[in-house]
Design a protein around this ligand. Structure first.
Ligand code: ADP
Ligand code: ADP
Ligand code: MG
Ligand code: MG
Length: 539
């Protein structure tokens, strides 16, 4: 069967629903004739965090809009006017009936953090402190400001916040409100690892206070640490989505990774996602592709220092560290967009660079954009190695200005990979991509790097993605906004130990799938691994 994202059979066997359940019930909602249909709804439980995991376009935000009361589901009858009475009648005898009854009667209160926080500053204006004080119904302003590290932005205006700052302000506003049901749509876009775990802490604190929480999240390590239970969504993106039964978080994420939902007897992917456990890379064996001396860059108020380093042919190096620590600055120096104040790129090479913030003021379609910017556009290699896996077909006719975050990201990845370069530099390529697309991106990058005998440097915050793609890694430490120190690229274990040691968190590997999982703070494993200095378990 077709895989849903691609119009043709997916080369990676990535997303085919191979065997569907015999018969689906009536839909909960259908947007219109030949439009997306949603089957099933999750049911929330007091005192727990429920996670939703599924591809882009599979109905996750639709579920949140229904459960938060913003969208009255039409039960498939898109020609008739929807009403809560019909919904309540339809769910007779189930827990959802009580839920919708109370919702309609105004007896329960829902709070919803929307997906697109970057649009918040267009509608919500003013000083952050005033805005947060006005919604502090739970009298927790001080605590939440501390937990989300918002002290430095309190006096700022919403208009002047970065993506990550807006995200944290939006999470704070949601948590501060008094409600019964809390909905978080993709709460970690733009956040670094520490900030993601801080978000986990405040979102979990709602459940600990007895609230019901539903979260949509694509960062598997974060979803894992945040949720008690999950529902997986499967189907055909843009076509229909089906909500799986409720699963424990470990079992649910493992099922997603293995590509098979046992209770439903549904295969969502041909192969399991495999995490390989890499031995330290013997650096002497490789052939050096590029080399830089000790580098220094001074901005007004911020200094970056990088240790001298080498990049080898055929390798993928990831770079991670806090927001505001100099990762993008380093990437720009390497790409030649910025000049170092001191130091040099000794072995100069051609670099293809995908910036963190993708410019989208191009006035034309995605196809016109590709003609103008992708040198190999239309070649066999481009079609088979780039366009097909990144599913560009279904966005070619769309205007660039109308593309979603994930569509724009896939287009930018394609343009960068189409260039003939020695080093492919990607600044935060997983932003707005779903789990499936992140892994496809990883494989496409690997394939292009190897076929061109090139290398890649990738800045990212998704630990599972980093684990999946890295040959080696470099760590940025220091004081965000003041000074950053970039380590030379070294093996993943050394880098992770440094990075996680700074954060004071440990990871273990899931026994079944080998995916990285965050250890609970001060748990037996956490203490044991810290004692051994093994913050990141390779075994
Ligand atoms: P997800 O959050 O899983 O990415 P959404 O729930 O936002 O997915 O959307 C699921 C599908 O429904 C998508 O194909 C989307 O284009 C479609 N859709 C969403 N909102 C509307 C709408 N208001 N009218 C028509 N189609 C919509
Ligand atoms: P990261 O990518 O790790 O989040 P950046 O490299 O973007 O960090 O930024 C590091 C620091 O340098 C930040 O404090 C940022 O405000 C500052 N900075 C970045 N670019 C400039 C610039 N062109 N002029 C002045 N300061 C800058
Ligand atoms: Mg969504
Ligand atoms: Mg950056």
């Amino acid at each position: 069967s077709g895989c849903g994202i691609c119009t043709n059979r997916c080369p990676f066997g990535a997303v085919s629903v191979i065997n569907l359940p015999e018969a689906l019930d009536e839909p909960v909602h259908r947007y219109g004739q030949n439009s997306f249909e949603l089957f099933g709804l999750p049911s929330l439980k007091e005192g727990t965090v429920l996670g939703l995991l599924g591809q882009n376009g599979i109905g996750k935000s639709t579920i949140m809009r229904i459960l938060s009361g913003e969208l009255i589901p039409n039960l498939g009858n898109y020609e008739e006017e929807a009403s809560w009475d019909k919904v309540i009648d339809y769910y007779k005898g189930s827990t959802l009936q009580n839920y919708f009854k109370s919702l309609e009667a105004g007896e329960i209160k829902t709070i919803h953090k929307p997906q697109m926080v970057d649009q918040l500053s267009k509608v919500i204006k003013g000083n952050v402190k005033t805005l947060l004080s006005n919604v502090d119904e739970r009298a927790k302003l001080g605590e939440i400001v501390d937990d989300l590290d918002l002290k430095n932005v309190l006096e700022r205006d919403m208009q002047n916040l970065s993506g990550g700052e807006l995200q944290r302000v939006a999470i704070a506003a949601t948590v501060l409100r008094e409600g019964d049901f809390y909905y978080f749509d993709e709460p970690t876009s733009w956040l670094d690892v520490r900030q993601r775990l801080n978000a986990v802490k405040v979102i979990r604190s709602l459940a600990e206070a007895g609230k019901s929480v539903l979260v949509i999240e694509h960062d598997l390590a974060t979803l894992d640490a945040m949720s008690d239970n999950v529902h997986l969504l499967y189907g055909e993106p843009g076509g229909y989505g089906v909500v799986s039964g409720n699963k424990g978080v470990r079992v649910g994420i493992n099922a997603y990774i293995n590509g098979f939902l046992q209770e439903e007897n549904v295969r969502i992917r041909k192969q399991a996602i495999e995490f390989s456990i890499r031995p330290p890379t013997p650096e002497e064996d490789g052939e050096v592709l590029s080399e830089y001396s000790k580098l220094r860059k001074e901005y007004d108020g911020f200094t970056l220092e990088a240790e001298a380093g080498k990049i080898y042919h055929d390798e993928i190096v990831t770079a991670f560290g806090s927001n505001g620590i100099g990762k993008t600055t380093f990437a720009k120096i390497l790409a030649g967009v910025e000049k170092a104040s001191e130091g040099d790129i000794i072995e100069k090479v051609d670099i293809a660079y995908k910036p963190q913030y993708i410019e989208s003021d191009f006035d034309g379609t995605a196809q016109e954009f590709l003609y103008a910017n992708a040198p190999n556009y239309g070649s066999n290699i481009f079609n088979s190695e780039i366009a097909k896996p990144l599913a560009l077909d279904n966005l070619l006719d769309k205007k660039i200005k109308k593309l979603s975050g994930g569509e724009l990201q896939r287009l930018a990845l394609a343009v960068t990979l189409s260039k003939d370069a020695d080093i492919y530099l990607f600044d935060e390529p997983t932003a707005f991509l779903d789990v499936e697309q992140r892994l496809i991106a990883a494989r496409v990058i690997r394939k292009i790097v190897e076929s061109r005998n090139a290398a890649s440097l990738i800045v990212d915050h998704d630990i599972v993605f980093i684990d999946y793609i890295s040959d080696r890694a470099m760590v940025f430490s220091g004081e965000p906004g003041l000074n950053g120190i970039a380590s030379k690229p070294s093996d993943l274990r050394t880098s992770m130990n440094q990075f996680l040691g700074d954060l004071d968190i440990t990871f273990r590997r899931d026994k079944e799938t080998k995916r990285p999982r965050v250890n609970k703070y001060d748990s037996y494993l956490d203490r044991e691994q810290k004692e051994q200095g093994e913050y990141y378990y390779l075994k």
